[in-house]
Design a protein around this ligand. Structure first.
Ligand code: HEM
Length: 533
């Protein structure tokens, strides 16, 4: 159409301008820039398919650091472990969350994800110790209880169907995993049982409304200037404000309650409580009881809201894609079930048994490799910087001006043909193989760099695999989420055989903050024959 031709022309014009200003900036800052390759995005790239697919094609075409020009806006796209390591770890404090902080601040306030550096430093020091090993042990029980509540529900429906002569049920497992993850995060973070696996409530509806809005806003990091805002922003804002108020009232009540029952103690003492037997093992309890830290109610609420959002859809997405991948690989599904049978029999998962479910743990990380949540990490440079030379395309590295917006494409890194064999194949076993590096500046895969790690991580892979980011802003909930996913998968596959209802191609991807399906992950569940375990 003529509109899209105009848009393309306008985009080209802006790109030219942008190139000129980029050249000037680099010239003035004395950067030794060989000009960064430029991918020109058309507006249609944003709507036809998920953006990270296009970012991948341009990565193969332009190399591991390129500039993406979209109309008046430009982003530097990084698909390189050496450059990612530099931005996330070596020079982490020269970058902030840029566009992402602007989007999330109205929801998460000064929670860890969007927080300014000062607030972040204070709160990270207090929150990270909350994920200590006795807490995780208590959580393993919560993960199991909630997962069993979900499988019992499926079991009951299957029993009903059996009386009608049917031996299977069809379910949208993505929706079920979302409820499960919500129940778990509520209990783990503020000892509140949403009970969403079995019911709906105004608070649950408000959480979904808020998540939807957070998700929607996250898709705006590029096309926000394209949207005719005024028409729908107002009713939408009103609904959003109402949803936020419902959740905030709920969180405020929980915070008041926790403060009224405060039992102050030093961190070391708090970490030694009898977590398996106390009534409230939540993170909120820990944060309120910590001696010498007087967070105001607003800060606590921001912290809780951030963890609620950060820990909910992400984990649900890991489970969704793990099932999607397993269903297409029946031999691996069988191998997983054989491991579950031999480790657990008919029993439940425990903190100890997670350590024995090795194949299941690798399935979780392999699912995160193929479907990282979120697929892009977002940063903005606070001052001019010189990026190190990357793997391909730019050996010397580029100088970038202050205010540069950067996407680290975890999706590209995780599927990079330069660092992975058969990058698009689902092969959990790949993590069992140590790999030395042929790439200058990259240390290869070596588990001994992270002794005792239950799950492969960014240190073992020297930033070729970074499902939870890396450096100081790395996810605080990584072990929580990994164990939760392992337990939920184990409890599901112990009881049921799972197939996709339609073809894998019919499961369309969409993305916002996480990668999810367009219309749900519709699966068929059958009870496993009792002689198979
Ligand atoms: C940060 C992924 C679960 C809390 C992050 C980051 C990633 C990530 C990639 C880094 C973002 C960046 O550098 O820009 C995931 C995935 C999860 C998960 C894939 C599930 C599979 C959780 C859970 C919690 C949580 C369960 C809390 C209970 C946080 C927080 C941050 C964060 C608070 C910000 C950390 C900081 O800036 O200091 N997450 N996360 N996440 N995550 Fe997670």
């Amino acid at each position: 159409s003529s509109t899209s031709t105009d848009e393309t022309k306008a985009a080209k014009k802006m790109t030219l301008l942008d190139n000129a200003s980029n050249f000037l900036t680099n010239f003035l800052s004395g950067g030794n820039i060989g000009p960064m390759p430029i991918a020109e995005g058309a507006v249609s790239d944003l709507f036809g398919k998920p953006l990270f697919f296009s970012l991948y094609d341009w990565f193969i075409e332009h190399g591991s650091v390129y500039k993406l020009a979209f109309g008046p806006k430009a982003f530097i796209v990084v698909s390189d472990p050496i450059v990612a390591r530099y931005i996330l770890r070596e020079n982490a404090f020269s970058y902030d969350k840029g566009v992402l902080a602007d989007i999330l601040e109205p929801i998460m306030g000064k929670g860890l994800i969007p927080a300014d550096l000062d607030t972040w430093k204070q709160r990270r020091r207090v929150i990270a110790p909350g994920f200590h090993s006795l807490y995780l042990e208590a959580m393993a029980k919560v993960f199991t209880d909630c997962s069993v509540r979900m499988t019992k529900k499926f079991d009951n429906i299957l029993d009903e169907m059996a009386s009608k002569g049917e031996n299977k049920i069809e379910l949208d497992l993505e929706a079920e995993f979302s409820s499960l993850a919500l129940d778990i995060i509520g209990l783990g973070v503020f000892n509140y049982d949403f009970g969403s696996v079995s019911k709906e409530s105004p608070v649950i509806k408000a959480v979904y409304g808020t998540l939807f809005e957070a998700e929607h806003r996250s898709t705006f990091y590029i096309p926000y200037w394209k949207i005719p805002l005024a028409n729908w922003l107002v009713p939408r804002q009103r609904k959003f404000q109402n949803d936020l108020k419902v959740i905030n009232d709920c969180l405020d009540g929980l915070i008041q309650n926790a403060k009224e029952t405060r039992e102050e103690a030093d961190v070391e003492k708090l970490q030694q409580r009898d977590y398996l037997n106390i009534k409230d093992a939540s993170l909120l309890r820990f944060l309120v009881d910590m001696r010498g830290v007087d967070a105001d109610d607003r800060q606590l609420r921001d912290d809780l809201m951030t963890m609620l959002i950060a820990g909910h859809e992400t984990t649900a997405a890991v489970l969704t894609w793990a099932v999607f991948l397993l269903a297409q690989n029946p031999a691996k599904m069988k191998k997983a079930q054989a491991e579950i049978d031999s480790v657990l029999g008919q029993g439940r998962t425990t903190f100890e048994s997670i350590k024995k479910l090795e194949y299941l743990r690798l399935i979780v990380v392999e699912s995160l490799r193929l479907f990282p949540q979120p697929p892009l990490l977002i940063r903005r440079s606070l001052k001019p910087d010189k990026l190190p030379g990357g793997y391909n395309g730019d050996k010397d590295g580029y100088s970038i001006p202050a205010g540069s917006d950067i996407f680290i494409s975890v999706y590209n890194l995780h599927r990079s043909p330069y660092f992975w064999d058969n990058p698009n194949d689902f092969e959990p076993e790949r993590f069992q193989v140590q790999k030395s590096s042929e790439v200058e500046g990259w240390a290869g895969f070596d588990p001994s760099r992270s002794p005792g790690a239950l799950y492969p991580n960014e240190v073992i892979s020297d930033f070729a695999f970074l499902p939870f980011g890396g450096g100081p802003r790395k996810c605080v909930g990584d072990q929580f989420a990994l164990m939760e996913s392992t337990v939920a998968l184990a409890m599901l596959l112990q009881k049921f055989d799972v197939n996709l209802r339609g073809s894998p191609d019919s499961v369309e991807l969409v993305t916002g903050a996480t990668i999810h399906t367009k219309n749900g992950l519709w699966c068929q569940l059958r009870k496993r024959p009792s002689d198979s375990h």
